[in-house]
Design a protein around this ligand. Structure first.
Ligand code: NAD
Ligand code: TYD
Length: 332
């Protein structure tokens, strides 16, 4: 297969490209990425010289560029997005531009060039908070912040292109990922790197919000399976099946880094903070997928990765964003 992967220099996209090149020796991958603060070519340094891999610097909202790079591919897999909820509370515009308009641009290119498949990567956050039970693919969307609303907008647009044009589209909605190369603004790498630096771990609200954690390599396997075996027009939930309260996750990170619980700093809650996400993943399991990594071992491996890759994350920790966020939510 010849793939166009968009947003491949980010966390999940880079892990996915590496997975594809390892699992499918005959495949070729072009990675189109804007290299925002979250995009990092170091994430793919080990495959940069692989003749089956190529990189193009650009925006998925650039219709001409997208047509140029998409021509002749067998499938487009879209990871490109503004992806952090906290940023979307402060600067939502980029979320609408990339997560909605960018996806529209990809859909139009796929339509015009008659590309055989578009797999769009979405999130469990489109369902909104789930007090009880687990979300199924047919459940209504109730996004509660600008990030999840923009992702939901794209999902609806993708669905509309299926209904209207029978465009060969698929969607995956995964739960919270963790693993190597995740930008240290998301809770797992933020808390690991803060703990390694003996800095406070800012735990929002009462710390009892629940997320369903999925190791990124398990997600990559599921995405690959859906790409090759999923049915057109279908949505597939991909949940890790490991739901924990943030406070439990925080204590586990402190144990693994060998740091004291006195580093936990309760701070003001995130506005509109979804209480719980939970996915029913029976549909993707019927395709033959199971998460292969146990949560405890995967979290331990993730802590080890951050310990061993300080040169990767150290420069990112001095970014302006945390200061900006602190300005907005002063008591963080
Ligand atoms: P990330 O922020 O680490 O990476 C996003 C990548 O997209 C970066 O390389 C960035 O440079 C690129 N990008 C951003 N805007 C672009 C544009 N306009 N054109 C081209 N490239 C652009 O994100 P991630 O955590 O790897 O998430 C990837 C996808 O998975 C996103 O669509 C996200 O919504 C979804 N998702 C993430 C999680 C998670 O826990 N991280 C969970 C569920 C779904
Ligand atoms: P995050 O990694 O931002 O992912 P998402 O909001 O997409 O689920 O946050 C995961 C959980 O951790 C969420 O309930 C918010 C919480 N959190 C904190 O308590 N402190 C933090 O500094 C961050 C970034 C998140």
């Amino acid at each position: 297969m010849k793939l166009l992967v968009t947003g491949g220099a980010g966390f999940i996209g880079s892990n996915f490209i590496r997975h594809v090149l390892q699992a499918h020796p005959e495949d070729r991958v072009v990675n189109l990425d804007k290299l925002t603060y979250a995009g990092n070519l170091q994430n793919l340094a080990d495959v940069a010289q692989d003749p089956r891999y190529g990189f193009v610097h650009g925006d998925i909202g650039d219709a001409k560029l997208v047509r140029d790079v998409a021509r002749g591919v067998d499938a487009v897999v879209n990871f490109a997005a503004a992806s952090h909820v906290d940023r979307s509370l402060i600067e939502p515009e980029e979320f609408l531009k990339t997560d909605v308009f960018g996806v529209y641009t990809l859909l139009e290119a796929v339509r015009e060039l008659r590309i055989p498949r578009l797999l769009h990567i979405s999130t469990d956050e489109v369902y909104g908070s789930v007090p009880q039970g687990s979300s199924r693919e047919t459940d209504p969307l109730r996004p509660a912040n600008p990030y999840s609303a923009s992702k939901a907008g794209a999902d609806l647009l993708v669905g509309a292109y299926w209904q209207t044009y029978r465009l060969p589209v698929l969607i995956t909605r995964s739960s919270n990922n963790f693993g190597p190369c995740q930008y240290p603004e998301k809770v797992v790498p933020l808390f690991i790197t803060n703990a390694l630096d003996d800095q406070p771990l800012p735990l929002y609200g009462d710390g009892r919000n629940v997320r369903d954690w999925l190791y990124v390599l398990d997600n990559c396997e599921a995405i690959d399976l859906v790409l090759r075996r999923g049915a057109e027009g279908q949505i597939y939930n991909i949940g890790g099946g490991h739901e924990v309260e943030n406070i439990v996750l925080t204590r586990q990170i402190l144990r693994l880094t060998g740091k004291p619980e006195t580093l936990i700093r309760p701070v003001k809650d995130r506005p509109g903070h979804d209480r719980r996400y939970s996915l029913d993943s029976s549909k993707v399991r019927q395709l033959g997928w199971r998460p292969r990594h146990r949560f405890d071992g995967a979290l331990e491996a993730t802590v080890a990765w951050y310990r061993q890759h300080e040169p990767w994350w150290r420069p990112l920790k001095s970014g302006e964003f945390r200061t900006y966020y602190q300005q907005q939510y002063g008591d963080r």
